[in-house]
Design a protein around this ligand. Sequence first.
Ligand SMILES: Cc1cc2nc3c(=O)[nH]c(=O)nc-3n(C[C@H](O)[C@H](O)[C@H](O)COP(=O)(O)OP(=O)(O)OC[C@H]3O[C@@H](n4cnc5c(N)ncnc54)[C@H](O)[C@@H]3O)c2cc1C
Length: 405
Amino acid sequence: MNTNYAVITVGGGIVGATAACAVAQAGIKTALIDTRNPLREWPEEPVDIRVSALTRASQNILQAVGAWPAIERRGIGPYNHMHVWDADSAGMLDFDAADTEFAELGHLVENRVIVASLWDRLEALTDASIICPAKVADIQLDSTLAKVVLYDGQILEADVLIAADGRDSALRQMADIQTTGWEYNQDGLVATISTEKHHQFTAWQRFLPEGPLAFLPLKNGQCSIVWTLSHQTAQEYLSLSDEEFLQRLTQASDGILGEMLDAGLRGAFPLRFQYANQYSAEHFVLIGDAAHAMHPLAGQGANAGLLDAAAIAELIIKADQAGRPIGSHKLLRQYERWRKGDNLAMMSSMDVINKMYTNQHEGFRQLRGTGMSWINHSHWLRNYFNRYAMGLRGDLPDLASTKAV
Ligand SMILES: Cc1cc2nc3c(=O)[nH]c(=O)nc-3n(C[C@H](O)[C@H](O)[C@H](O)COP(=O)(O)OP(=O)(O)OC[C@H]3O[C@@H](n4cnc5c(N)ncnc54)[C@H](O)[C@@H]3O)c2cc1C
């Protein structure tokens, strides 16, 4: 096996596999390492409980790296409206694709669909190698290159080592990069639900005292829910019978989609606010959840990670085309400056929103109600938040801003 690469990416989830596709399709020799092979095939039903709301910017990136056609073929659920309302005040917000130049605000896609389509694409690229299953035992970073030591004793070398190995990144620890953050003591409870009324291609989100409850419209007419609850309540709800769970859900949903008829598997994910104090070191960068973990209330974690992947790929490709070194710390710091501020701003807004809506103080309730009505009645503000939610604001990488779709 070859042991020298220009770029090695560790972690072939949504974010790492995208970065690997982007650099490999530009003719840069790259390897993707993961501990496990992702699923490529499964029965059509049931829909998986892990689903992502992808923004227009993410769709552009996935289109530009050649994975979107396979994602579309495997199945996507468009949504063209968003309705947000507060259980404790009269505040509500509506966003509609009709206010934009696009037919929809975004798409709901199963995570396994995105990952399988990216891996299919990677296999078709001559400059990409997949090393899997393989686990990284150690890394060595110095001023000349990055070395990756695998558990089977093999040593691989690269100009740039991209760590995309998720929230508990082992590579981040190996690179001695510290994190800042805290546990929310909240879980995101997820399930696939059949509802009495059709979802109308709308993403519904109700803010409740323990956290938001979102109904995300799926291609088959069902909804994927993300219900933020205290850790204790989430664990209790996981153990309820289907009937009891559906009753609580109908009540919490304010009957917006009628009765809740059926629930498939349920799962709960502990939520954390966490960011890496640095995104880069000599010949090394962090992307995706390895760099930042945020509250899922606006469904932005994978979207932010895809922007990281597009940004680092763009810098590497441009440096390579100009004959400049792709692993210099100067270049990798440029990536850090580009993405860290944006990600911190996004994570902090999610954090503030979560705190505002779980605070039952009368002053906060009034402020929420007034603030939401204010935004809802201002065309300019709604438009601003619309474009923010679609990922089309800020300093976008080329792959995200191409009008490829
Ligand atoms: C309830 C919930 C709902 C969410 N909804 C949304 C949403 O609607 N929209 C959105 O944008 N985001 C959403 N997110 C966030 C999103 O799921 C994550 O941000 C995203 O999946 C992170 O992707 P990643 O590729 O960075 O990491 P991961 O998905 O964690 O992938 C890491 C990969 O690295 C591999 N790996 C780990 N360790 C090693 C190792 N040592 N060696 C080799 N490989 C390794 C793993 O096998 C895996 O393939 C949600 C999160 C939660 C909890």
